[in-house]
Design a protein around this ligand. Structure first.
Ligand SMILES: [Zn+2]
Length: 311
């Protein structure tokens, strides 16, 4: 795919208050979503990707870099759907993805961020969208109303059951998620679906005292919700375990005088986000020590209990 800078500047200037030139902006290409079954056992139809292509034009993207508190933004100015006929999805469809071109206004502050995008470090994108239809891939039943006996993630006659997402209604913002170089399953895209859960069911469950009566579709919806929560919980646990193991490895190198198991015990109460930050800073520390090994071996450090838990 080649891009014509003049044409792109014209597209960008539809979104800017004053006209920008090539030197003012940093342009990059990203994949917003595709037609592969994802970790939440959901899949967009190629038709839905086309609809999303229109909806994502002009949408803002955020960078939530764990080392910085401020968020920096980019904007999608053109989108297209690309089919790679040489690549087949697990469902036997040609791999189709929604691609976008985005721009950032170059500033002193986002130089480092641009370098990261350039270096391919920031790759995972999370998108928010509202889908009008959510159907069972096995029998086609509408998940929101009718429900069926098939559960996402289970296999029926060799067919992986998942939700087919179509009828895109709206697209919200997109964001780059902070992903460690070696990632475990856990960081996934978040779909803001319309009415993910019938509030009536929740109220019924909350108000239940001695017993509970649910209709079959309500029961299915509740079961789907529980399955999703379980999946999200398992993903989160796997991701935390991965972070803790990375931290354990780094702490031995960065702070050899610290009791590793005691340190990890203290880490267990931390949120995943805090663990990510700790992991990154320990890795940075290890790297800087590796660069000056003579300094490291000569320095005698006195361990202090509190110091180990400072992030
Ligand atoms: Zn079904």
């Amino acid at each position: 795919m080649t891009f014509d800078i003049e044409q792109e500047l014209e597209q960008i200037n539809q979104y800017t208050r004053k006209a920008v030139t090539q030197d003012d902006v940093y342009l990059f290409t990203l994949t917003l979503c595709d037609n592969e079954v994802d970790r939440e056992f959901e899949r967009f139809t190629p038709e839905a990707l086309k609809q999303l292509a229109e909806l994502f034009k002009g949408k803002t993207g955020l960078f939530d870099h764990s080392c910085k508190s401020e968020q920096q933004s980019a904007r999608v100015f053109s989108t297209w759907v690309e089919t790679d006929s040489a690549r087949t999805t697990t469902q036997g469809e040609p791999y189709t993805s929604l691609k976008a071109r985005a721009y950032m206004i170059r500033t002193k502050e986002n130089e480092a961020l641009i370098a990261e995008i350039e270096g391919g470090i920031k790759k995972e994108v999370s998108v928010g969208c509202a889908m009008g239809s959510l159907c069972c891939s096995v029998c086609g039943a509408d998940r929101r109303t009718a429900g069926c006996d098939h559960s996402k993630g289970h296999t029926y006659n060799g067919q992986l059951c998942h939700d087919v997402l179509s009828d895109a209604r709206d697209a919200y913002e997109w964001s780059f998620v902070a992903v460690p170089a070696q990632r475990a399953a856990g960081v996934t895209k978040a779909f803001l679906k319309e009415e993910p859960m019938n509030p009536e069911i929740l109220e019924t469950v909350k108000a239940a005292d001695t017993g509970l009566s649910l209709s079959k579709p309500q029961l299915r919806q509740l079961q789907t919700e529980i399955a999703q929560l379980e999946q999200a919980g398992a993903d989160a646990a796997a991701y935390r375990a991965k972070l803790l193991s990375d931290i354990g490895r780094s702490v031995v190198l960065a702070m050899p005088q610290i009791d590793k198991s005691l340190f990890l015990e203290g880490c267990k109460a931390m949120t995943a986000q805090a663990l990510e930050r700790l992991c990154e800073s320990l890795k940075a520390q290890t790297k800087s020590m590796q660069r000056r090994p003579q300094l490291f071996t000569k320095t005698e450090q006195t361990p202090t209990d509190n110091h180990a838990f400072c992030i």
